[in-house]
Design a protein around this ligand. Sequence first.
Ligand SMILES: NC(=O)c1ccc[n+]([C@@H]2O[C@H](COP(=O)([O-])OP(=O)(O)OC[C@H]3O[C@@H](n4cnc5c(N)ncnc54)[C@H](O)[C@@H]3O)[C@@H](O)[C@H]2O)c1
Length: 442
Amino acid sequence: MTYEERLQNVTIIGAAGKMGSGIVLLTAVEMANVSLMPENRDKKYTLNALDLSEDALKGLVGYLTKQITKISEKKIDNIRGFYPDMNNDQEISAQYVKDVLAVVNPVTSMDAANDSTMIFEAASENPDLKVKLFTQIDEANGKKPWYFTNTSSIPIHILNNRANLKGRIVGFHFYNPPAVQKLVELIGCDETLPELMEFANTYAKKLRKVVVPSNDIAAFVGNGHFLRDLLHAAGEVDMLSKDMTKAEAIFLMNTISQKYLIRPMGIFQLVDYVGGDVCQYILKVMSEHISGEKLNSELLDAFIDAGIKGGQNADGSQKDGILKYEKGRPVAIYDIDKKEYTDIAMIKGKCEDMLGAIPEAMPRWKDVIADANKQELLAKHFETIAKLDSAGATLAIKYGKRCKEIGLNLVSNGVANSKQDVNTVMQTGFFHVYGPINDFFG
Ligand SMILES: NC(=O)c1ccc[n+]([C@@H]2O[C@H](COP(=O)([O-])OP(=O)(O)OC[C@H]3O[C@@H](n4cnc5c(N)ncnc54)[C@H](O)[C@@H]3O)[C@@H](O)[C@H]2O)c1
């Protein structure tokens, strides 16, 4: 079966979810582009967008219409070629939106998947649910479809074995939001069919993604780094909170990770963005499958027990979590001991005094990421930090060294194939301006 034949009938499960909706958008556009080639005009292309409720699917269609309209306007130069008999850009754009939407078939019944040759699963992160879905489809679908899973943490061989797929499965880990984030981690298990791997690579490239292979170890490269990074910060909070409140200690580590290490957001803000419960769940999966390492955080568990989870509202805005947000900016920190938010304005002065002198004109992430000389800027920044005799500098250097160690361990433990892959994942998937495996921290 060719690439184009494989794409003729696709089902995406969890289509109305955070990840599923973006995956539907990207795949529908790719399928429509294939269907609009002269040689495919007589063939039918169907993308079953499968989710639990009609209402959620209505929301999906609204999202798709808006996004495809934007794409049709932005890519008008590429799209004109599909419509040689039309010469009005507005009409071409409107026709393209119609043609992409015509590919999408919103459905709530699993029966729709019975004719699909490609199943993309982006349902909730629950191995039992994923196995149940694969098993049910595989029993009813006689075409031996290929399965793609967006799991963030579950080893692919577990899903393969439990659903008895005999290698017809691959991990295809988009980052959030899939339509914007460039990275895809591609994870095969020992049995994954080579031709499925090849198809997955082609599909990712057609979607203009940067593909980094990860080996089949729980949480893979990106989350393998992120969660261990969080555990480092949480451990530092435990130590620091012997001499200060937990809210103050969290403020310090959030500041160190964002400002001193020059990241787009601090580590606890990132936990809120991903969702504390999601982080806790990924750590649980890692603990089940990785031995010899403490992979849980009492601090994170305490937040979840107190109902402090973060995550995002349906409109994409940030929910309060470890930090409280006003217009997207952190304004308070939840003090887990007092069970209330402490205003950052109340503790900022004391915490900054404690961190000590900061380098003059500390470069900010948004300036560095856009600077062609970022390597020089970064080298200068970390040299300055190394010369400072302050608590802030000490915490930052220790943090940077730990991140490097985490990165190197991902390579030596066989999760990542190379140091470059670790760096690419952290730079592309997490928008870090430099990879964790660098020379800045010795
Ligand atoms: N959110 C992220 O940042 C992120 C990033 C990368 C990967 N992932 C992974 O992507 C997957 C989806 O995560 P999400 O954040 O989009 O979750 P989500 O809760 O936003 O979406 C899940 C969707 O699956 C649907 N669903 C649940 N059971 C179903 C069933 N039986 N049949 C059909 N639909 C069903 C739900 O209705 C929901 O719309 C998970 O495996 C997650 O680990 C998430």
